[in-house]
Ligand binder design. Structure first.
Ligand code: FES
Length: 324
């Protein structure tokens, strides 16, 4: 009797599945490094595959796989390799290929956020928008669109966290992050530092997008400091902390001005005043922002002044950064 064959991408291997054997078991037995963080128990989803051909040869989902598929809104062609048995030939692509993919996809562990009842605070607000993503997404399968965006957001999120910020919201291919809730005096420095490093992180990601999709993507960032109301909003089971106020709108408009000026990182005058001893920037006068009255002066942040780079190397003392 011929055993079902599995064409495995991106490995370029064809393997055989024994009767009753899961796709994951067949792959591991054949030496394919198929990710399986929970050990094949149907709890992590990191063994997920996209079935490109022969979906009709995959046995129906069992209980654990069905539950995971409903939780994650998997389409019919995305299957958990650890739970899927094949009865005929299939072609599939592994979807979780490295540690960063695991970080994005692993479903184990809770993500909780404490409630904030409502308070006014001076914060630095950062808006970032992935340039060219709409056209990029139009040419890709749905899974790759979402995974690419998660890959970008994961990398940017780590930078934001490292600089003491917190992502407040995702809007399509953009995000909003807040800095200063824990330590207001350094908020502007933290936000501008994160923005500079986010641009560098995006540059690093270009290799991944070039290799996998033959495309490159850009990033536009705007930063503004101002008074906002922060609080946890939403229904009881879906609350999240957010910021409300004109300063939020202003930061968003500044980010949009990048398109107008052909820049990738703009900060408001108020933000610049807090970081000017440390940040090199080019001044732009008489900028019109949609929905805002009058001309505005913005600064294109270019990098750290050399003296600060040396200072950073000597001591990462947050108090030294408080020059605002
Ligand atoms: S290995 Fe964890 S769900 Fe398949």
């Amino acid at each position: 009797m011929n055993m079902p064959r599995i064409d495995c991408l991106p490995d370029g291997r064809t393997i055989e599945a024994s009767p009753g054997e899961s796709v994951l078991q067949a792959a591991l037995r054949s030496g394919i490094p198929h990710t399986h963080e929970c050990g094949g128990k149907g709890r992590c989803s990191t063994c997920r595959v996209l079935v490109l051909k022969g979906l009709e040869h995959c046995a129906p989902r069992n209980g654990p796989e069905q539950a995971m598929a409903e939780q994650l809104h998997f389409g019919p062609a995305i299957r958990l390799a650890c739970q899927t048995v094949v009865t005929g030939d299939v072609t599939l692509r592994r979807l979780v290929l490295d540690a960063e993919d695991v970080q994005i996809t692993d479903q184990r562990g809770a993500r909780a956020q404490p409630d904030v009842v409502g308070e006014e605070q001076e914060l630095a607000i950062l808006f970032a928008d992935v340039r060219g993503f709409t056209a990029f997404a139009a040419e890709l399968p749905a899974y790759d669109v979402v995974h690419s965006l998660n890959r970008i957001f994961n990398r940017l999120g780590l930078v934001i966290q490292r600089h003491g910020g917190r992502i407040d919201n995702y809007m399509g291919d953009g995000l909003m992050a807040l800095f200063g809730h824990a330590c207001p005096p350094t908020a502007a420095h933290d936000a501008v530092g994160a923005a500079l490093e986010m641009l560098a992180a995006m540059d690093e990601l270009q290799q991944y997008f070039r290799d996998n999709y033959g495309k490159v993507l850009g990033l536009g960032i705007g930063v503004h400091c101002g008074e906002v109301v922060i609080g946890s909003v939403g229904s009881a089971d879906m609350k999240r902390m957010t910021a409300i106020g004109d300063a939020v709108n202003m930061a968003s408009r500044i980010e949009e001005a990048n398109k107008l000026l052909g820049t990738n990182l703009l900060i408001s005058e108020r933000t610049y005043d807090k970081v000017k001893k440390l940040v090199l920037a080019k001044r732009w006068d008489d900028v019109r922002l949609p929905g805002k009255v009058g001309p505005h002066t913005l600064y294109q942040a270019i990098g750290w002044r050399a003296s600060f780079t040396r200072l950073q190397g000597l001591a990462r003392n947050r108090k030294l950064l408080n020059t605002g």
